[in-house]
Design a protein around this ligand. Structure first.
Ligand code: TXE
Length: 479
């Protein structure tokens, strides 16, 4: 059976304990590889390597780092198909999604941030001829990058790339649920000219390896994407060590559809927003609010379209693949049960799907639409992170603002209307870090990306990431 290994200081290693954990594919439910069950000793070894590599990497300068990161991006593209297959098999997502969304972003992340670092400028504050201040941003040291399982290599490189471009070295801890593409990535790094110790990948459980990284005194900066409860724990660990911290956490995002929206556009986009990647994207619109005049028409059309979505073997051109793990599938099924206990009506879906043959033990769930739930009930408050949406009517702007803002989350929102003034008015009143008007998931890598409330702390993307991964220093020169 394939053994995934840690990548530390340019070497492939098992955990120092020699222990491994099983890794299964959600498509078959079968174990197909093992990953190192690393602990604080492995993290320490990786941090020491990264610390040692830091001065050399920093001294390469922007252009030196740019050249190496751009050539790494080319090498990643040469292995495009391998990444697509591995990501789909490990995560359960359809191959076409990995091919069109996840994997193109891997090399793009490196090209984008390598280039951005060349354009990153400093400010000067002139003091009426008496002095001037110039502000520089220096690399910090060893950056800890912790990523989740929903967009495994896409999000891992979204953190590693800016950290490196800004001049830091990295210790990354990928999700234990989807470790395979991070391993493939380390194999390509190994063949590249990036010096040993600059990129270290340590596999293992969150509460063991992940926590050790957040508690390590020689890792002054942590970037994390994952669940809000995990974010809370990490926040506590980092606070006492005064670490710089970026948290991109969960969401319970509203899709708001007004009477005057372009009906078909709102229908198609909100459907995509509900079920893309099996509903396992922090930006997915999982609460759909529809204005009362078009509510019945919209609901009927939405349910019809949902029924037509195909679920199946991720190798085929299906709309939905498998849910990432058995535990997560059960969590989603429990929420569907809870929705019924809370008085909800299942309009379509609601069940696990059992296929014949190799996929029999795979974790497949029907896309599910639920009606008749109060906006304050648990199902409308907690992040389900699966192919499950609720649909609710609203009367007017005040009504929907109250409902949309009623969760502890504040990541993103989509508003569908043909009235520009209303779109702006609504945008100012919805408490989310990202608002899309008549759209969803239109991503520009330069924008500040992140959420309010329990959806996180800080913003990444573009120069925000480069600012996050650098320390600001002001120098005052008397004239
Ligand atoms: O994520 P975790 P889980 C949400 C979603 C999901 C829930 C839990 O609702 O159902 O979170 O998912 C590492 N110290 N999202 O449990 O645990 C872990 O190893 C340091 C939203 O899989 O947050 C992994 O690498 N690290 C989300 C990473 O944190 C720790 C995407 C994320 O795992 C740690 C995924 C600890 N104490 C889930 N505990 C999004 N916002 O996109 C775990 N980890």
């Amino acid at each position: 059976m394939k053994k995934i290994q840690n990548y530390i200081n340019g070497q492939f290693l098992s955990a120092l304990s020699k222990n491994y954990k099983n890794n299964s594919s959600p498509i078959t439910g079968k174990i197909y590889s093992k990953f190192p069950d690393s602990d604080h000793e492995d993290i320490d070894k990786a941090v020491m390597a990264a610390k040692k590599a830091f001065p050399k990497w920093k001294s390469l300068g922007k252009k030196g780092r740019y050249n190496l990161l751009m050539s790494l991006a080319d090498m990643l593209d040469e292995n495009f198909d391998k990444f697509v297959e591995a990501e789909s098999y490990d995560n359960g997502k359809p191959e076409w999604i990995a091919r069109s969304v996840d994997i193109p972003r891997v090399s793009e992340n490196f090209r984008f941030f390598a280039t951005a670092s060349l354009h990153f400028s400093s400010e000067c504050h002139e003091m009426d001829g008496k002095a001037f201040n110039y502000t520089i941003r220096e690399p910090i040291g060893v950056a800890g990058c912790i990523s989740p399982w929903n967009l495994p290599i896409y999000l891992l490189t979204w953190k590693i790339a800016p950290a490196l471009a800004a001049g830091n070295t990295v210790v990354a801890k990928p999700s234990e649920i989807t470790p395979m593409t991070a391993y493939l990535f380390s194999k390509i790094v190994h063949k590249s000219n990036i010096p040993n110790g600059v990129i270290n990948i340590v596999h293992g459980l969150g509460e063991k390896a992940g926590e050790a990284l957040t508690k390590h005194p020689d890792v002054p900066v942590i970037s994390f994407t994952g669940g809000s409860n995990t974010g809370k724990k990490i926040n506590i660990n980092c606070a006492s060590l005064f670490k710089k911290l970026s948290l991109e956490l969960g969401g319970k995002n509203p899709s708001i559809i007004f009477n005057d929206a372009n009906f078909n556009e709102a229908l198609n986009i909100s459907l995509k927003s509900a079920f893309s990647n099996q509903g396992q994207i922090c930006l997915c619109g999982s609460r759909i609010f529809v204005q009362s005049k078009i509510y019945d028409k919209f609901k009927t059309a939405f349910v019809e379209k949902t029924k037509k979505l195909t679920v199946g073997n991720p190798k085929n051109k299906v709309d939905l693949g498998a849910i990432v793990s058995k535990a997560h599938m059960n969590k989603i099924i429990n929420y569907i049960q809870l929705a019924q206990d809370e008085g909800g009506t299942i309009l379509t879906g609601g069940n696990r799907i059992r296929f014949e043959g190799d996929l029999r033990e795979g974790y497949f769930i029907e896309p599910t639409v639920i009606e008749n739930l109060d906006y304050k009930c648990i199902v409308n408050q907690e992040e389900i992170f699966g192919p499950v949406v609720t649909i609710m009517p609203f009367e007017n702007e005040d009504d929907v603002i109250k409902m949309a803002n009623a969760t502890k989350y504040g990541l993103s929102a989509s508003i569908f209307t043909s009235n520009v003034s209303k779109a702006h008015r609504m945008s100012s009143k919805i408490n989310s870090g990202i608002i899309w008007i008549n759209s969803w998931m239109m991503r520009d890598l330069r924008i500040p990306f992140g959420g309010m409330k329990d959806s996180g702390i800080g913003r990444e993307g573009g120069f925000n990431s480069l600012r996050f991964f650098t320390e600001t220093k002001n120098i005052c020169v008397k004239i």
